[in-house]
Design a protein around this ligand. Structure first.
Ligand SMILES: *Cc1c(COP(=O)(O)O)cnc(C)c1O
Length: 456
């Protein structure tokens, strides 16, 4: 049989249900705690519609994807699974490399998969406007487009470093009808407080989340939307892994290794959950590797503990791998990987030994991205380039050992709006991203004191 380069699914083969791994976890997730009372709670109801709150804690194994959401998915899904023949050849590896390419979405990344679902459930609940934060701009652009599709207004608090580094992302959001301001901003109490403390504050995802939450808390017609971290987001992203499994089956191969980058954990989580289910239920040995940047290594360097989801303490307290909510990572180019914590669900699966984590350096990451671009053509976003670095390392290990592993990468988005970072790398100006141990120590000393004890 001649092996195919692109493995496509027909539209009618697109999964019609999301997969919820909470139905199959060997040990249930810890609760989330109210930021003041420290008692188990739900997502703050004024911020999220009931349907999403239900999905957040649901133990249903499969949840039907609404027709209206499926219709929008079909504008760019099923996304292709591509065999990286040219990369394999360049590396001289006997490994089979496949990548699931989510950059074909109009917003350029996987984030549209949950943005559409979230905008849909908010519209259903009578909400008129969504407020959110964005780091590199990928989430903001996905939500801007989703709001446009669903007829909602969209307000985006964009982390200031990214706002300045990525004017085209802002213009993209504005083109789709969103209002975008740099965070910290003068438009919320919390933003004004941060600016008073440091007028040059580069911003962080944690600060921008606080601003967007405050915005949503202060208006009846407005909900808040989060592009990652939460269980319902990872469930929406499970469509990535579900499609990939169907495609691997078509190609007649089984994954030995699945690799993705982790910021808040949603693209990796969405790719990983169906494979992890097979580990839990069928005893499969697939190696699952989550890759994070040296500058923000929550899973490789942080403790697994209770921490706030945002800086102001408006979001619930979660049990997760964290560097401390007060930690502000250095302004690396992978803006999407600068969250201080890690999805409680991905953290929990890591704690249970269902996945492993690695941290890689920004400069080595760009070197790998260039290798990928020069062989496969696609210019990857800086975030998945972290996963590409580990993919190449593993493919070269196979070359040494002669193993013919099948390695699957989640290529979460393209880097067409990240060319400034590529320019810096190509002109030798891009720096390695050191781990700032001192500032992590300081942030970890400010963790909330939580006495909640989980029952056995
Ligand atoms: C946002 C983003 C990430 C990081 O977020 P996750 O929730 O961890 O997936 C990774 N890749 C791309 C392209 C992104 O836009």
């Amino acid at each position: 049989m001649k092996e195919e380069t692109k493995i496509f699914l027909k539209e009618k083969e697109m999964p019609t249900k999301w997969y919820n791994i909470q139905a199959d976890l060997p040990k249930p997730l810890p609760p989330i705690l109210h930021p003041q009372t420290h008692e188990p709670t739900i997502l703050p109801p004024p911020l999220f519609p009931a349907a999403l709150n239900e999905q957040e804690f649901s133990k249903e194994r499969f949840i039907e994807i609404p027709d209206e959401v499926q219709a929008v998915y079909k504008m760019y899904r099923p996304t292709p699974l591509i065999r990286a023949f040219r990369l394999e050849k360049a590396l001289g590896t006997p490994a089979k490399i496949y990548y699931k390419y989510e950059g074909v979405s109009p917003a350029g990344s996987h984030k549209l998969n949950t943005a559409i679902a979230q905008a849909y459930y908010n519209k259903k609940a009578g909400i008129k406007r969504l407020a959110t934060e964005t780091g590199a701009g990928q989430w903001g652009s996905a939500l801007a487009l989703a709001c446009q599709y669903m007829g909602l207004e969209c307000k985006v608090y964009m982390v200031k470093v990214s706002y300045n580094q990525k004017p085209y992302r802002r213009i993209m959001m504005e083109t789709w009808g969103a209002t975008v301001i740099p965070s910290p901003s003068n438009e919320t109490n919390f933003g004004r407080q941060m600016l008073a403390e440091d007028p040059n504050c580069p911003g962080s995802l944690g600060i921008a989340i606080s601003e967007a939450c405050e915005d949503a808390f202060s208006r009846d017609d407005t909900s808040y939307s989060l592009g990652s971290v939460l269980n319902h987001v990872i469930m929406h992203q499970s469509i990535i892994g579900l499609e990939t499994q169907l495609q691997l089956e078509k190609a007649g191969v089984e994954a030995d290794m699945v690799i993705g980058c982790v910021g808040g954990g949603s693209n990796f989580g969405g790719m990983a959950v169906p494979f992890i289910a097979d580990k839990i239920k069928k005893g499969k040995k697939t190696q699952m590797i989550a890759v994070e940047p040296n500058a923000c290594p929550s899973m490789t360097k942080g403790p697994y503990t209770w921490d706030l989801g945002d800086v102001a303490g408006m979001a619930p307290i979660c049990k997760m791998f964290t560097l401390g909510h007060a930690f502000i990572p250095s302004p690396i180019h992978a803006g999407g990987l600068r969250y201080h914590g890690m999805s409680p669900l991905v953290s929990h699966m890591h704690k249970l030994g269902l996945l492993e984590a690695r941290a890689v350096d920004q400069k080595a990451t760009f070197e790998s991205a260039i290798t990928f671009a020069r062989t496969e053509g696609i210019i990857p976003a800086p975030e998945p380039s972290h996963a590409i670095k580990v993919l190449i390392d593993e493919a070269l290990n196979c070359k040494k050992s002669g193993e013919k592993k099948t390695i699957v990468l989640c290529l979460s988005g393209h880097g067409h709006f990240d060319l400034g970072a590529y320019d810096q790398y190509l002109s030798g100006k891009l720096e390695a991203d050191a781990y700032n141990e001192e500032s992590v120590k300081k942030a970890l000393s400010q963790l909330p004191k939580v006495d909640y004890v989980e029952s056995k």
